[in-house]
Ligand binder design. Structure first.
Ligand SMILES: [Zn+2]
Length: 452
């Protein structure tokens, strides 16, 4: 491809997003990119390095074009075809012998290959639809490639008088992109319009789901900005990568999330100040459940018909619906307790306690003293104890005082670890800067398109 054609291609107006090549101006991203690349001198690594040197105020769209050219100029030539391949699809009921026979080989060849060095045993796992490629010279099998997936294949070559197998793994290359959108009716529609995949949209909703209820809180005019990665193979997107940074503005309030990967705790999202985007507690122990009775300290009891405080929130759900621990903690009680029926009580550190009542039964391993993780199923919805029908009764205690689980201010999960704080703040600052720069670039592109 010539430089000219690239410019023509790029000059088409009204892109819903700027597709930047590895526009990763932060060290965490660079580390990520490096770990995904086959060798430190691979082309994309260079692109990442180049990009890191770009000052944030430079026009990114043009720079991206230059990088495209550079990348193409430096792209390694297609591997030289040393073999004349003959492709054979694995059919239903095929054995290696069947396939070998179709290309003119015999059972001795199968035997010779299967007694070769390396992972030849993988050939026993062939299944319909896969491809086997044969290179045969003068009735002699010189090479065989078993294509296992888009990225993995087994190459078996004849070396002297025997065969030797080698795994060939193509590395996915992360490309960084930016997308933004304004919500008209739903996040999914706006995200689709901006070019985000469904999975990416779900991830976006997950990141902000602790602060924004994407069913109830969304308003027309809410907006988002995302810097994310796509994993490419041979210049084509194979799958989604990670969201590196994102902003969501809901009813005038803007939330910003920055991805950070620490050596010991894996990847997580934090506010630019280093607080976790996650809360230490899920708002509700059942996803998408309807509240059938609110917290009310002067309510008439539906069964006893007396004024009796309703110390929790009731969630209507069918019998057997899984109930999740809302936070990491320890089971301090799992058993029958009067009107609560089968109940589980969790202690979360010194300060917090949660209670789950009327269970049909407990989840496996949930007994006094057991540790549970946030989101882990601890039991199933039922109607044991004083209950008119199947529902979960959920109570939330702070320092021993009962609180409304729906409105109680939930503490953030663990912030960025102390030893990572400085590194994180530097990345966060860069990412926040990039979000603004990309948004400005999009804006000027829109203006330029209007002028055409
Ligand atoms: Zn209740």
């Amino acid at each position: 491809m010539t430089k000219h054609s690239i410019h023509e291609q790029k000059a088409k107006p009204s892109y819903p997003r700027i597709h930047l090549m590895a526009a990763a101006a932060c060290s965490a991203v660079m580390i990520l990119a490096l770990t995904l690349l086959p060798s430190p001198d691979a082309t994309a690594t260079k692109t990442v390095r180049l990009k890191t040197n770009i000052a944030p105020q430079e026009p990114l769209v043009e720079l991206a074009e230059e990088l495209v050219e550079e990348q193409l100029a430096e792209a390694p030539a297609e591997p030289i075809a040393t073999y004349q391949w003959q492709d054979e699809k694995v059919r239903n009921g095929d054995t290696l012998s069947h396939i070998f026979k179709r290309v003119g080989l015999n059972s001795k060849d199968v035997y010779d290959v299967m007694s070769g060095d390396g992972d030849v045993a993988l050939l026993k796992k062939i299944h319909p639809g896969q491809t086997m490629r044969f290179a045969i010279e003068e009735q002699q099998l010189v090479a065989l490639e078993y294509v296992m997936s888009r990225t993995d294949s087994l190459l078996i070559e004849r070396e002297g008088d025997h065969y030797s197998a080698d795994m060939q793994i193509k590395e996915l290359v992360p490309y960084t992109s930016y997308a933004e959108g304004t919500i008209d009716s739903s996040l999914f529609l706006a995200a689709q319009k901006a070019g985000l995949s469904e999975g990416m949209t779900m991830e976006l909703a997950n990141i902000f789901g602790w602060d924004v209820d994407f069913v109830l809180d969304i308003r027309q005019g809410d907006s988002f900005r995302v810097i994310y990665q796509e994993m490419h193979l041979d210049g084509e997107k194979v799958k989604d990568g990670e969201i590196l940074a994102a902003q969501f503005t809901n009813q005038g309030e803007t939330f910003t999330a920055i991805r950070y990967e620490s050596a010991d705790r894996g990847a997580s999202y934090f506010t630019p100040e280093g607080d976790s985007m996650r809360k230490a507690f899920l708002r509700s122990p059942i996803s998408f459940a309807r509240i059938s009775s609110h917290f009310n300290l002067s309510r008439k009891h539906p069964v006893l018909h007396t004024i009796r405080a309703h110390k929790g929130t009731d969630y209507a759900a069918s019998r057997g619906t899984p109930i999740k621990a809302t936070g990491d903690g320890k089971v301090i009680f799992a058993g029958v307790k009067g009107g609560y029926g089968k109940v589980v009580i969790l202690q979360h550190g010194q300060k917090y306690r949660t209670l789950y009542a009327h269970m049909n039964n407990y989840a496996k391993g949930v007994r006094s003293g057991a540790r549970v993780r946030q989101g882990q199923t601890i039991g199933y919805v039922g109607s044991t104890g004083l209950a008119t029908g199947p529902h979960l009764h959920y109570e939330f205690y702070v320092n021993g005082a009962v609180r409304n689980p729906v409105t109680v201010k939930l503490p953030h999960a663990e912030p960025i670890p102390k030893q990572d704080k400085d590194a994180f703040l530097a990345i966060a600052q860069q990412m926040v800067g990039q979000l603004s720069t990309y948004a400005a670039a999009m804006e000027s592109e829109k203006v330029a398109n209007l002028g055409q």
